[in-house]
Design a protein around this ligand. Structure first.
Ligand SMILES: [Zn+2]
Length: 384
């Protein structure tokens, strides 16, 4: 992270009381470098100094504050089912949010038009001044070449592998600001690391269970960003022994091909064709909780598969916290609780006791918020 971003974080976390000395303690940036950067941020109006009367002798301590409305960031999360947008101010308060269904992919032209329309709606309806927009982050439930801002594929909304849409080029030409593209789960982990209940925990695993099954990783305070050829946390495509279902990625046996929301319904149709009432993941979950044996059979298998995937991620990344999100994770949900039980039955006790599990407090805008954060993190402080 740039010095400017580290300083902005220290000021935000100081809640209006951080002095230069506090900032240096939090960031460990060399005093001279830090002062130069603070002066630059003051000059550009991103922060301001709160003047307070000197108390006693010595130099007065001058607390620094973020000028909330000095810059804004748009975050768009293109999920398998819904596309969500947020506009955040410089303190990362959400000043606008909206949600629309994600259209089924029908070619690049339609997709670009949809994306432009979502950003435009966010900018117009949030009533921010256009010149204060400083970046657009886009997270996608799919494969993303984040270095080049290219969406490679989005199987869950019908975008085939190799679609390769250069959204960074397109959106920066349309809106004249930096664009950053990433996977939904990279954005989710960024959101949890900075704004969630477990914020600041160095090793976090995020797991999203919805139409797709995704995961993100924060390792030693670094958000691991997946890229084609070096996948991080594609938990949904971990192969689970015993599962033979064909996945949207072309492999047979991926976790998601069974436990993904729509796939659970397909499993129900195949296994119990007479049970036309098992028509959504939500219904399956509620019926399982109510004791329905057919629904339980499906959900128990899904829980065992989920646990196999999550336990594999625990082996790889040794998280201190697992934060769950997505439509399938509810505190009183059958599949969610059954998944936790299965994980517990796999892990040795010392691991079980050292991992905190929770459901995200950030809600369904988690990834949109993370997308806004990541574009800020990457570009803030660059000279315009
Ligand atoms: Zn797969």
């Amino acid at each position: 992270m740039s010095v400017a971003v580290q300083i902005m974080d220290a000021i935000r976390l100081g809640k209006g009381n951080a002095s230069k000395k506090d900032i240096q303690e939090t960031t460990s940036v060399a005093w001279g470098t830090m002062c130069k950067s603070v002066d630059n941020l003051l000059e550009r109006g991103y922060i301001f100094a709160r003047r307070e009367k000197a108390q006693g002798r010595g130099r007065p301590v001058i607390p620094l504050c973020i000028n909330n409305d000095a810059a804004f960031y748009v975050g768009i999360d293109i999920g398998a089912g819904h596309t969500r947008a947020v506009v955040c101010n410089l303190s990362f308060n959400t000043v606008y949010m909206d949600e629309v269904p994600t259209p089924r992919y029908a070619g690049s032209e339609q997709f670009f038009a949809f994306l432009r329309e979502r950003v435009e709606a966010a900018v117009v309806q949030s009533r921010i001044e256009r010149e204060k927009l400083e970046g657009i982050g886009v997270s996608v439930s799919g494969n993303v070449d984040f270095e080049n801002g290219i969406i490679v594929s989005g199987g869950n909304f019908g975008m085939p592998f190799g679609a390769n849409l250069n959204i960074a080029e397109y959106l920066s030409a349309e809106f004249g600001v930096p664009i950053y593209a990433m996977t939904t789960q990279a954005a989710a982990s960024a959101a949890e690391y900075h704004f969630g209940e477990m914020a600041g925990t160095p090793n976090i695993l995020t797991v999203g269970c919805g139409i797709g099954i995704g995961s993100g990783v924060v390792s030693e305070g670094q958000i691991m960003i997946s890229r084609p050829g070096r996948l991080v946390g594609h938990i949904g495509h971990i192969l689970v022994s015993g599962n033979r279902r064909l996945c949207s990625c072309g492999f047979r046996g991926c976790l998601e091909s069974y436990s993904g929301g729509n796939n659970l319904v397909s499993v129900a149709k195949e296994k119990f064709p007479h049970r036309t009432d098992l028509d959504s993941a939500r219904t399956l979950d509620l019926l399982a909780a109510a004791g329905d044996a057919d629904a339980q059979e499906i959900m128990n298998t899904a829980a065992a598969y989920n646990a196999a995937g999550i336990a594999s991620m625990i082996q790889l990344y040794i998280p201190e916290a697992i934060v769950f999100g997505g439509g399938q994770c509810r505190a009183d949900g059958y599949l969610f609780n059954r998944t936790l039980e299965e994980i517990r039955s796999i892990l040795p006790r010392e691991r079980r006791e050292n991992i905190k599990t929770s459901i995200s407090t950030l809600g369904k805008y988690q990834s949109a918020l993370g997308a806004a954060r990541l574009v800020f993190e990457r570009y803030f402080g660059d000279n315009k």
